[in-house]
Design a protein around this ligand. Sequence first.
Ligand code: BES
Ligand code: MN
Ligand code: ZN
Length: 508
Amino acid sequence: MSDETTISFANLSLPQEGVAVVLAEEGPKLSSAAKDLDKESKGLLSRAANISGFKGKKESTVDLLVPAGLKFSRLVLMGAGKTADYSAEDWLNLGGTVRGLLTGKEGPTAHIVLDGASKGVTPEHAANFALGLALRGYKFGKYKSKPKKKDGAAAESNDKTLKKIVIHTADPRAATKLYASSRAIADGVTLARDLVNEPANVLGPAEFAARAKELTKLGVGVNVFTPKTLERLGMNALLAVGQGSARPSHVVVMQWKGAGAKGGDPVVFVGKGVTFDTGGISIKPAAGMEDMKGDMAGAASVVGLMHELAQRKAKVNAVGIIGLVENMPSGSAQRPGDIVAAMSGTTIEVLNTDAEGRMVLADCLWYAQDRFKPRALINLATLTGAVMVALGKEHAGLFSNNNELAGWLIDAGNTTGEKLWRLPLGPKYDKMIDSKVADIKNTGGRWGGSISAAQFLQRFVKEGTPWAHLDIAGTAMSSVDSEINRSWGSGFGVRLLDQLIRDHYEKH
Ligand code: BES
Ligand code: MN
Ligand code: ZN
């Protein structure tokens, strides 16, 4: 759920109420706001810093409750290290760290004074800091019952919950303007996280499609294909995966024409949207299967990205295509050994019904190139467990047929902190998926599982289409805690691809 706390900017005045957070840098060097408050409290802050051995190091704090001589319920002196060396990601993370300190028990308003001790804080820094605050504030709380009053009515949120964060900064007007587009990023990531966190009983293919359809409100053109249309299109690989489920498969096409008719061909994003992956007849073990509600994280990031682009009115033509299916075992499920013809005509021998994501993507990738002429074609998928064996949870796997695109993606990853590591493709790996009875088989054996999966996808990419596949199984769900995320679903990919578009595909 979106953080209901509002974030706004004000000038560099000294706050007088609620919680206040002021910065210090290594030394410790107090910011001027911290110095002023120290004076006002007759040296309380510097004495406390001294006693606790505070040096202003990153993530260290001096935390005072009801400080004598000041009107705050709480005053935090936040160590920031050396802000002169800060990257965009450092400001983002500092925002996350500060949001993590705010418990919401100290009153409805928090004031943060953003003035570096050594160098000024630019509006860009302030907006990034605010994005960090917003992202860390995310909580998926919709299934927690509200505390009840004695008469059984839901208690109103009490007046101690945090409602408002004010960031005091040198140029609040410029920061406010920039933050409008950061807010779009926060909302896009929030949407992606919400979709990933939602359980599969609530969010099946049809319900997911309905959520995507809501993007029409922002000016996105949304087409929802039901099984009849998918059959007519010949999306038999995708349909085969969904045929064991009582819930019909869907494909959604989202179009954002922010660069107009003259803006040229679109960048196309394709997402794996397996709303639950039991493995099908090649069923998964019970332990940990609940995590497979997140097997639609690729599709969630595509929807989050399209939302973000439309909300900030990005000057780019972009298309999002998501394949929504549920992979279930049943009397109508596909069997190991089945052979299906994909939309491209390529025949697939289904050796393992748990290698379903590539079958869904095969038809979506083909459709993308059949219907559009992508400037770049980028797919996101929680495709293989093997990518976690290779890269852990720090990097997503990147595969590409285009060095320029791969380089741009890696750079965008380093800027945003949504990091990618490139893995190889090649003819020897491609041979691994040759089938004896059909054109290809859907598994390539034990070794290099993420690579043979990527080779499978590449069989559906036309010569000359710049293409990249991001295997996000390790980064988009069951996520490790970070300064800007404490949610199970991280929303990985939204910030990364927003950055890619800003840097290379958007008219400025
Ligand atoms: N959705 C899974 C991959 C996955 C595993 C995502 C763990 C997130 C966490 C995918 O559909 C799958 O089952 N892949 C198999 C492929 C194998 C059968 C060739 C795998 O990784 O084991
Ligand atoms: Mn699977
Ligand atoms: Zn899967």
